[in-house]
Design a protein around this ligand. Structure first.
Ligand SMILES: [Zn+2]
Length: 194
């Protein structure tokens, strides 16, 4: 099997540690040696943390205040937020970047981002392979992850088992999905944060 790298489109064989073309990590071990740093983290709707009662999410928000990472919210986060507390928190979250690189008008080092691939169909096939017709929630899950990929996010953080149980399948493409607890543990280990 070959898996198309989510960052550059290169097709990598099963078991590849990092993308052969762009070096994007495809395994946890590769993150330890990588020059890429986890910075842009997309929050799923399960991670809004409106009441600040989730220790791992509180930790991520603390690191964000210190400028160590950025928590971003997709358009889908605003749609899925329920009740005024959640909505206010979702609104306060940095939106996903849309300053995509445009040939001829962006400068190469001007901070514009390269759009990730449009991989809605692949994501749908990975997340819900046996579902003939997606319900609204499933549709929203696919949209949410697709928006993350398109905006070039590093990691998608979620407590939703629809995503978590597909971690292995997704990381082969370089799509990184973690629970808040897993992500906190990984960041502590990789960057010696405490
Ligand atoms: Zn690549």
């Amino acid at each position: 099997m070959e898996y198309e790298c989510v960052k550059c489109g290169h097709k990598n064989a099963t078991g590849t540690q990092e993308c052969a073309a762009c070096k994007w990590p495809l395994t946890i071990e590769a993150w330890e040696k990588s020059e890429y740093k986890i910075f842009k983290i997309t929050k799923d709707s399960s991670c809004i943390n409106a009441k600040q009662q989730h220790p791992a999410l509180n930790q991520l928000e603390e690191w964000e205040k210190q400028g160590r990472l950025r928590l971003q919210g997709a358009e889908e986060l605003r749609k899925e937020a329920q009740g005024s507390f959640q909505q206010a928190k979702a609104e306060a979250t940095t939106p996903l970047p849309t300053n995509f690189f445009i040939l001829g008008s962006s400068c190469l080092n001007g901070g514009d981002i390269f759009a990730g691939p449009e991989i809605w169909d692949q994501l749908r096939a990975i997340l819900f392979p046996t579902v003939a017709e997606l319900n609204n929630n499933q549709m929203s899950d696919v949209n949410h992850l697709a928006q993350h990929v398109r905006s070039g996010g590093d990691v998608f953080v979620t407590s939703d088992t629809n995503f978590i149980r597909k971690q292995e399948a997704l990381r082969r493409y370089g799509i990184w999905v973690f629970s808040p607890e897993e992500l906190v543990a990984l960041l502590k280990r990789l960057y010696k944060w405490n």
